[in-house]
Design a protein around this ligand. Structure first.
Ligand code: THU
Length: 127
């Protein structure tokens, strides 16, 4: 089944800027009010400055006024599909515990943010 969140992630994947890895990723997050925000990976000649699709989607969401999410979808063309990297797990965890689906051509993997990053560093440690 292709839902609207996956469709948004797939559309963003089509706009990925990945001239170095050729690995194109799209992500979309669904805010608590149902609004969808998408992002894609944006690579750079200085490789370490690459922005992952997940963080791009979250940045778009925050800029759009959303901070609470129901779920996220990440679309890639690999099997196994792209699971969020460690940095993205930390950034996802900043915004709570919600469902994350990694969609690839052959299978979909599903987790919660807490499953992806147990014992996350969070605001709890800072208070
Ligand atoms: N990438 C993402 O955008 N999200 C993931 O979940 C995994 C990796 C990007 C970063 C880089 O542009 C390319 O995929 C290869 O690592």
């Amino acid at each position: 089944m292709t839902d609207s969140l996956e469709a948004a992630a797939r559309a963003a994947q089509g706009r990925a800027y990945a001239p170095y890895s050729r690995y194109r990723v799209g992500a979309a997050v669904e805010a608590d009010d149902g609004t969808v925000f998408a992002g894609c990976n944006v690579e750079n000649a200085s490789y370490g400055l690459t922005i992952c699709a997940e963080r791009a989607a979250l940045a778009a969401a925050v800029a759009g006024g959303a901070r609470q999410f129901r779920r996220a979808v990440v679309v890639s063309d690999s099997d196994p599909p792209a699971a969020p990297c460690g940095a993205c797990r930390q950034v996802l965890a900043e915004f709570g515990d919600f469902e994350v689906a990694a969609v690839g051509p052959k299978r979909t993997l599903r987790w919660t943010v807490a499953e992806l990053l147990p014992a996350a560093f969070s605001r709890a440690q800072l208070t």
